[in-house]
Design a protein around this ligand. Structure first.
Ligand SMILES: NC(=O)c1ccc[n+]([C@@H]2O[C@H](COP(=O)([O-])OP(=O)(O)OC[C@H]3O[C@@H](n4cnc5c(N)ncnc54)[C@H](OP(=O)(O)O)[C@@H]3O)[C@@H](O)[C@H]2O)c1
Length: 288
């Protein structure tokens, strides 16, 4: 097995398949991104997604709203998108202004257009192993495990982080009775006692904490496979800033069996999973 589990060959394949399917069928899947305010990182991500999507044959539009938009106005806008048959996927870009109730907004998105996979109906389907939209980052982790033929059956997987968008759905996916499931899963969080004790026992460690290089090499066993979900901006003396993961990369790379890099790992596959979900939403729409 290659030691650095890079996303490039995997996303190349995913994007080629998406582009081919769309052009062969002359389809026009349409994603609408809801962007509220001018957060620079969010804007950068959205512009990038727009470019990437359009190159593969997707229509990607952005609905930009003033940060002062009220809950009611936003819910009305979502209802318009829900009923527009030319819109197949709706993505809510974060962060949201503090006065908005995120959970009510997520609930308002038509579950058949919920390409983030955060609607409770899709989350419920995920837990019950039924068809639905799987959140993009947990799905990206599964795709990496599958692509690099990392066996999960009977393995002890320790996830650090229990968020609704990463840790919780991922734990459920790894419990599924399928090729990327059948694992014994431990979910750790900020109240876990003696975290290194758990990580040292893990065959696979998945870090989704949001703290730069929090997981040190001495917390991992030599045969471990490490999937780093974290994306943290830190100062860089030359470039001003750079992105690092939740795992101390250099020392861990020397020690463990395989590890995903940041950038160039889970994050890149996450974008590909979002566009896959948009195509799935499109197919759902045309078949109904
Ligand atoms: N690559 C991608 O596509 C992608 C997508 C989404 C997120 N991310 C990145 O993934 C990371 C996690 O994101 P998130 O949204 O899941 O974050 P989050 O909602 O802030 O959750 C962080 C989790 O880490 C746990 N945690 C915090 N400090 C800890 C500690 N000292 N020991 C053990 N656990 C600790 C928290 O525990 P408590 O629950 O007890 O507070 C929480 O469950 C971030 O770096 C984010 O940028 C990447």
């Amino acid at each position: 097995m290659t030691k650095k589990l890079i996303a490039k060959p995997l996303i190349k394949k995913i994007y080629a398949d998406l582009k081919n399917e769309i052009s062969t069928n002359a389809w026009n899947p349409h994603l609408v991104i809801i962007l509220i305010g001018e957060d620079p990182a969010a804007k950068y991500y959205v512009e990038n997604l727009q470019k990437k999507g359009m190159k593969k044959g997707f229509k990607v539009s952005t609905k930009l709203f003033d940060p002062a938009i009220s809950q009611e106005q936003l819910l009305n806008e979502i209802e318009v998108l829900n009923t527009d048959s030319n819109v197949h996927g709706i993505m809510l870009q974060k962060p949201l202004p503090k006065h908005l109730d995120e959970s009510e907004i997520v609930m308002a998105i038509n579950p058949d257009k919920d390409v983030d996979g955060f609607h409770p109906l899709n989350m419920g389907n995920l837990v019950l192993d039924r068809d639905g939209f799987v959140p993009c980052t947990p799905n990206a982790v599964l795709q990496i495990l599958d692509f690099y033929e990392i066996e999960t059956e009977g393995k002890h997987i320790v996830i650090i982080g229990r968020s609704d968008i990463v840790g919780k759905p991922l734990a459920n996916l790894l419990l599924r009775k399928n090729k990327t499931g059948n694992a014994t899963v431990t979910v750790c969080h900020s109240r876990t006692k003696d975290l290194p004790k758990h990580t040292k026992e893990a065959d696979i460690v998945i870090a989704a904490i949001g703290k730069a290089e929090f997981v040190k090499a001495d917390m991992l066993k030599e045969s471990a496979i490490v999937i780093d979900v974290g994306v943290n901006q830190v100062e860089d003396p030359e470039k001003g800033y750079k992105y690092v993961g939740d795992v101390e990369f250099e020392a861990s790379f020397e020690k463990v069996k395989a590890i995903t890099p940041v950038p160039g790992g889970v994050g890149s596959v996450t974008t590909a999973m979002l566009l896959s979900n948009v195509l799935k939403a499109f197919k759902k729409c045309v078949s109904s």
